[in-house]
Design a protein around this ligand. Structure first.
Ligand SMILES: [Cu+2]
Length: 209
């Protein structure tokens, strides 16, 4: 969120300083102080490179933790040619993913756990050709999506605890815009494995993994 604060320069009067003017100046500075206190932190950018290649997801969790309004993202993972398309997707907590089946055969999507928590494992059941299934991901972490029928099929969904997340490009570079200044736990997920570091975002901040 961008908040700009206009700064007005006081024109000094050509006469002497009157009590009325001093009061006006005082009010002006009180107003500015209130504006500064009530405004959000300045939005900045966090960018960097994840070394080692391969697609990965970078997600930020504010410290201290903060609740985010539910996402209204609509995302789709297709099953085409016995593959998940795409094989990596990063979404905000609370996003519903639609799994389409564009193949002529049935698929059976399941995940054994979320970030190792087996209680969060789930089976969506069998989807025939042309059918689609939906699931709302409410727990943050990594989901290794598999198919019961085709063991070679796999994809990863990374659920971010905040609206600040990105996916690396082919060179491993990532960029997260509009991140308010502050401290975050930054986690990079690659092939289901996490690396977490603390980062302070202030100005244009760089973070390499
Ligand atoms: Cu399958």
């Amino acid at each position: 969120m961008f908040i700009s604060i206009c700064r007005h320069t006081r024109q000094s009067s050509d006469g002497g300083i009157f009590l009325k003017e001093i009061t006006l100046v005082k009010h002006f500075f009180v107003l500015i102080a209130l504006l500064l206190l009530s405004s959000f932190a300045v939005a900045e950018k966090l960018s960097g490179v994840v070394q080692g290649g391969g697609p990965s997801a970078v997600v930020l969790e504010p410290v201290p933790a903060k609740a985010f309004p539910p996402s209204n993202q609509a995302v789709t993972i297709d099953q085409r040619g016995l593959k998940f398309v795409p094989t990596l997707m990063v979404i905000q907590q609370g996003t519903t993913v639609e799994f389409k089946n564009s193949d002529t055969v049935s698929h059976n999507i399941f995940w054994p756990n979320i970030s190792g928590d087996k209680k969060l494992g789930h089976n969506l059941g069998t989807a025939a050709s042309g059918q689609s299934q939906k699931f709302k991901f409410t727990a943050p972490g990594n989901i290794s999506v598999l198919c019961n029928i085709h063991p070679e099929m796999s994809a990863n969904i990374v659920v971010s605890p905040s609206s600040y997340f990105a996916q690396t490009d082919a060179t491993g570079a990532f960029s997260i815009n509009d991140v308010p200044e502050g401290t975050y736990k930054a986690t990079v997920w690659r092939k289901g494995k996490a690396t977490t570091v603390n980062v302070t975002v202030k100005g244009d901040t760089k973070l390499n993994f």
